[in-house]
Design a protein around this ligand. Structure first.
Ligand SMILES: Nc1nc2c([nH]c(=O)n2[C@H]2C[C@H](O)[C@@H](COP(=O)(O)OP(=O)(O)OP(=O)(O)O)O2)c(=O)[nH]1
Ligand SMILES: [Mg+2]
Length: 130
């Protein structure tokens, strides 16, 4: 199965992360996510991140920092999540795609249902915060 490259942005301000709820109809629908999306063939992963975060939450990413890469096989789809920490950005995140979105304290992220591939991201954020 072809692996899908995904740029994922962990948008952080102080002890809060900006999360959105995926539409029910999408792959891994109804779960919470960090904004992002599929890399196009002609893009670098950083370019994909900048484009996706502008399209989805209307911010200009300034200085993304690589956090981790996660490969996960959902059975129906294999993904490679290139996760980047976004602490420097301009604009105020707001959902452009009718997604429910909110700032959540890192300590409270575990109360939200995320796709299985995201568990190690949340663990890492909690380690960094403690
Ligand atoms: N954006 C995002 N995708 C995630 C996360 N965790 C996770 O497993 N994924 C998976 C779900 C999808 O299979 C894939 C990303 O798809 P997407 O639906 O965001 O892609 P996209 O924005 O390009 O959407 P589209 O153009 O296909 O509608 O990565 C996450 O935290 N954020
Ligand atoms: Mg997306």
């Amino acid at each position: 199965m072809k692996i899908v490259d995904v740029a994922v942005g962990v948008i952080k301000r102080q002890d809060m992360i900006y999360v959105s709820k995926r539409a029910d109809t999408l792959h891994q629908g109804g779960l919470w996510e960090f904004p992002g999306g599929k890399k196009e063939a002609d893009e670098t992963i950083a370019q994909a991140l900048i484009r996706e975060l502008f399209e989805e939450v209307n911010i200009q990413v300034l200085n993304p920092i690589p956090l981790m890469v996660i490969e996960h096989d959902y059975g129906d789809k294999k993904v490679r999540l290139d996760v980047m920490l976004v602490e420097e950005f301009s604009g105020e995140p707001s959902s452009q795609e009718n997604q429910l979105s909110r700032w959540v304290k890192i300590a409270d992220l575990a109360q939200y249902d995320f796709p299985a591939a995201n568990l190690s991201i949340i663990e890492k954020l909690q380690q960094l915060a403690s």
